[in-house]
Design a protein around this ligand. Structure first.
Ligand code: SF4
Length: 444
């Protein structure tokens, strides 16, 4: 039940149309389902499996005229593939739609507790619990902010969430701030997982602070800071997931990735003739490596843009086939050369092994792999699909074992300290790299 998603919410004119455009801008965060819910006297939702353009082909948006909309793009593990969001559920005589990015760490015990209290769950995904918990506490307190304060007290894990109910939208970021969430205002109020999606509509944006809650209604917007734990922003948003033009908690993703490459070149120089990237996410780090090392950068691998990201596709068969389909080497760049190949991370190693072999076949004399993040050794319980330790190539054994497995002449990773310097902040979640999980997410 793990998700990695993008969310959007707005109080503005033509909200559904704007949600559609925002989802297009967030498509990189999830490609398996898309959906929009609006308030039209009651909740109306259109959602389905596939890309945003598969789900919304024109007529659907006409049914969703409203000033209040929440929206979602999602990818899932195969167990819950048919679940789309925003998901609708009911509790205490009220109906609610939920758009959630993250994973709840105490989902099972909390769901069981609510079931014993007589609550009927309609979905298999953890996101429903946020809606149930909120409605339960709303009935108890009669106040949206107090209800959300209670949710913060009992629901642990990662959640940037938008809830649509009773002519209102509540938007919140969990007290630790694992997943990103931005706010922009202009001719309306807009929230999105990344500010690059907000800049379609407004110039000025800022991060929603961990534990901050917004309530939107036809009467306007109200916000409160309700809870704050020590901040643990997911470092993988900077390394891999977020768009390079996004600014997350004050740090531009592209600049951070270039600095990762520079740090990597300082820590682990390579004797090479050319620096190439695994496109697209390794590109900024490769540029940084080239700038710092003085080794020229070239485009040595060409990506088929119409194939999705391999890391975020369920099932080993799909992943392997897609690697073959999506990348091909430029012989003229790599033949006879000592190639420095830079990527942002290695997860299972399948992709990297194929790329190294592909470069050798294209005539590369040597292939030196440099990875702009530390080895991923531990699973994530906070919203990223890194399923089990045994699937992680670096989980057991050292760097030399990974080098052998991928068939490179040399291999080096960026250190944790180098990564922190590159991002420019200390308050990061690094759990999948260090095994040290933020305590709040497991305090239950
Ligand atoms: S464990 Fe890793 S992937 Fe998960 S939230 Fe922390 S840094 Fe991100």
């Amino acid at each position: 039940m793990r998700e990695k998603c993008g969310i959007f919410a707005t109080l503005s004119e033509n909200s559904a149309k704007k949600a559609y455009y925002a989802l297009l801008a967030l498509q990189h965060r999830g490609q398996e389902s898309a959906g929009i819910s609006v308030w039209r006297g009651r909740i109306r939702t259109v959602s389905g499996l596939g890309l945003v353009t598969d789900v919304f082909r024109g007529k659907e948006l006409a049914k969703l005229r409203s000033n209040l909309a929440i929206a979602h793009v999602r990818y899932s593990t195969s167990g819950s593939l048919n679940e789309t969001q925003p998901l609708e559920t009911e509790c205490c005589g009220m109906r609610i739609a939920v758009a959630h990015n993250g994973t709840l760490t105490n989902f099972r015990p909390l769901r069981e507790r609510y079931e014993k209290l007589g609550v009927r769950f309609r979905h298999s995904v953890d996101s429903e619990l946020l809606g149930i918990s909120f409605l339960w506490h709303l009935r108890e307190t009669g106040n949206e902010f107090e209800a959300m304060r209670a949710v913060f007290g009992e629901v642990k894990g990662a959640y940037s969430v938008a809830l649509l109910f009773d002519g209102k939208i509540l938007v919140a970021r969990d007290p630790v701030g694992f997943r990103p969430l931005s706010y922009g205002t202009g001719d309306g109020h807009y929230f999105a997982s990344e500010d690059s999606a907000l800049r379609l509509f407004v110039e000025e944006t800022r991060d929603v602070r961990p534990g901050e809650v917004f309530l939107l209604s036809e009467n306007g917007v109200e916000s409160k800071a309700l809870a704050r734990e020590s901040h643990h922003h997911c470092v993988f948003e900077y390394i891999y997931f977020a768009r390079p033009d996004s600014v997350l908690d004050g740090t531009n993703v592209y600049s951070a990735r270039v600095r990762m490459g520079r740090e990597l070149a300082r820590e682990s120089p390579a004797d090479g003739d050319v620096v190439i990237a695994v496109p697209d996410s390794g590109r900024a780090a490769a540029l940084g490596f080239s700038q710092e090392s003085g080794i020229p950068y070239a485009e040595g691998l060409i990506k088929n843009r119409y194939i999705g990201r391999t890391f975020i596709t369920p099932g080993q068969f799909n992943r392997e086939l897609k690697v073959k389909l999506k990348l091909s080497p430029v012989k003229e760049v790599v033949a006879g050369k000592k190639v420095v190949l830079v990527d942002d991370s290695i997860v299972r190693g399948t992709t990297m092994k194929r790329i190294v072999a592909m470069l050798r076949k294209a005539g590369a004399r040597e292939v030196h792999v440099r990875i702009a993040s530390p080895p991923i050794r531990y699973p994530c319980y906070m919203g990223i699909d890194i399923p089990t330790r045994h699937e992680l190539i670096a989980a057991f054994g050292g760097v030399e074992k990974v080098r052998e497995a991928i068939g490179a002449d040399s291999l080096a990773y960026l250190s944790v300290e180098g990564l922190k310097r590159a991002v420019g902040r200390e308050d990061l979640c690094l759990a999948c790299l260090t095994g040290e999980y933020p305590e709040w997410a497991f305090r239950f």
